[in-house]
Each structure stands twice: as C-alpha cells, then as structure tokens.
Design a protein around this ligand. Sequence first.
Ligand SMILES: [Zn+2]
Length: 303
Amino acid sequence: MLPPRWTPGPPDGRGAVKYNEGAQLDPSQMGGGRRGGGGKVALGGGAGLIVLVLALVFGINPNDLIGTGTAEPENTSGATPFAQCTRGSDISQERDCRFVAFTNSIQAYWGDTVHDYQVIKVNTFTGRIDTACGSASSAVGPFYCPGDTSVYLDLAFFDQLTSQLGAQGGDAAEAYVLAHEFGHHVQNLVGTMRKVQGGGQGTGPKSPGVRLELQADCYAGVWFNHAASDPDSPIAEVTQEDLERAIDAAAAVGDARIQEKTQGQVNPESWTHGSAANRQKWLMKGFTTGDPNKCDTFAADAL
Ligand SMILES: [Zn+2]
C-alpha cells in the first residue's frame, strides 16, 4: 500500500493518458527522497544564478532553496514507494505509477537521442529536502539540480497547479512538468546550462535565463512527439486532449500568469521563465517538429 497522501489522479479517468498495459516499468529510476544532514549547506558564489534556473514555476522566493533545513525523506529503507510499479497495467491499480511511466519514457527517448545520455533519478519528497543545490521546500515546485543531477518532485505541487494556478491538470500536464525538468538535464549534459550561467543569465523577457527555460519547454514537446513511437513505451498514445492539457499547463506556469495571481501585476523585467504565450509556442514547436535541434531559443529573435 502506498501512503494516502499520494495524488489521487483525475476523477473518473478524466485526463488520464492512454498507457500501454503490457509495457515494463523501471521503478529504479525513482528515488524515495534523500536523508537530510540537517546542517548548513555550503553554496558557492554562483548559487544565486543556479537557483533561478532551478525553480520551475513558483521560484517566487529563491531563498526557499538556499536556506538550511532538515529533509523529510520519503523513506529511509532504500526501497521506494514506487517499487511495485513494474508494468503499465499497474497504473490502473496505483495511479502514482504513472510518474514511473513518464520518467521511463522521457529517459528512453533522450537515451536514444543524446550521446552519452546519463540516466538519473526523480526524487519525490514532502516538506523540505536537502540537495546538492541547497535545501529546497515544496514552495519552489519541481526542479532539476545540476549539482547532483537529479530531478526533485514534490507530488503536492500538482494540486497547486490546478487549484492555485488554474491549470486543467491531468496526466499530460504532469508529464509536461517532468519532461521540462529533464529538458534541464539535457541542457546540463550538452553544456548549454553551463554556458548560460557563465554569461550571467539575469531576468527579463529575452534574458538567457528565459531562453533556457523555453528551450526546456521545447524539449518537453519533442519528447511528447516521440512518447508513443516506441512499441515498448509505457505511453500508448498522445491524444489531442493530452496535448491541450500540456499546453494549458505551460500557460499556467508562465511568468505573467503567476505574477498576476501572486502580485496582482505583471513585471516582465523580473521574468525568469517566459510568458504563457512564449511557453506554449516553444512546447508546440518541440511537439510539431519532434526535433531537439529546432529548439534553439538562443538564436531566436522573437520568443
Ligand atoms: Zn525550468
């Protein structure tokens, strides 16, 4: 049995992705969280820049990422709550197995696409967690930490996506969020992230930081294009509705929408992720082309 605080998934199967029942799932790509040291986390001078890259959507208070704190590991036994997720058919029994399906599918695609792709883990957590990028709280939303090459995911975030940010939600919306974080992993592996941070990414609608985020959205779209093409993929089909839910989520996490909701006004100079329209555009560009080489947001004049 899984802990009851896990996400229930859409009622009546609404928004559920079509899964390949017979596909194998690999739960070893999921971490159950990290045991916290409880001490101070040492961060280098560039930490402030990294933090901006990390916060996917909220990122409203980057101090949440660099404070000190004690992690609340999901468990400490080594086995994760996802261990029972071994087949696509398990998703209908335990809805949270869908996160294993997304993770496996995303990494299978990039493993075939990026030379020397490094398979990493998605660590789920609640409350706070210590990472190589500092101590993070749920408030920052899902993020990728280049320091320990892990994706961190507070599953409660998906409730916020629908209840606070007004997204329709659904499996494809969640898959988009995860795929965006793996987009950052790809950027880390191919050196894009390092280049951007070396140049001082800043903020603003056309800043390198925003371009980095929009490229991660484009990479997410590229994966959606290929998610069902491998017969072994746990994703059986990407439907029009799935795509619409992903696009809707991309709009919900645009800077303008978040600022409107949290500050009552829009201030493009503080943008770190791009507007709703920007995010939708690049997600769609990735999906329609299916080609990561078309995701060069750094060369684009109009974002
Ligand atoms: Zn991001």
